[in-house]
Design a protein around this ligand. Structure first.
Ligand code: NAD
Length: 89
């Protein structure tokens, strides 16, 4: 549980390498924010991590769009608290 009380945003996190990171980080105790264009795969993975006892949030994101990335970070902070804040380390 090396990532307990940490939050990780995984871009492209619903499939492939990103999915492997999402699962691995959740297994290590992180709050995982799955940021991906693919809503169906992202929601499935969010559910699967939660069912396994992990903490995950899917946020549909196009990382090429600035407004999407700003909304992504806001949703991550809303769900899991301020990242990097000493209170959550
Ligand atoms: N698979 C490999 O062996 C390998 C090796 C070296 C580098 N890479 C690179 O690593 C990256 C990931 O590879 P992969 O095999 O996991 O790819 P993949 O196609 O399996 O997964 C990519 C994920 O990114 C998402 N995505 C694509 N565009 C997006 C966007 N604009 N915003 C948000 N999400 C977006 C897709 O929906 C998908 O879920 C790629 O850039 C690839 O070129 C892959």
């Amino acid at each position: 549980m090396r990532m307990q009380n940490k939050t990780a945003i995984v871009t492209g996190g619903a499939q492939g390498i990103g999915k492997a990171y999402s699962i691995g980080l959740a297994r290590e105790g992180a709050n995982v924010v799955i940021a991906d264009l693919d809503e169906a795969k992202g929601r499935l993975l969010e559910e699967s991590i939660r069912t396994s006892g992990g903490r995950a949030l899917f946020v549909r994101t196009d990382v090429s769009k600035k407004e999407d990335t700003i909304a992504l970070v806001q949703k991550a902070v809303d769900a899991f608290g301020a990242m990097g804040s000493p209170s959550v380390r």
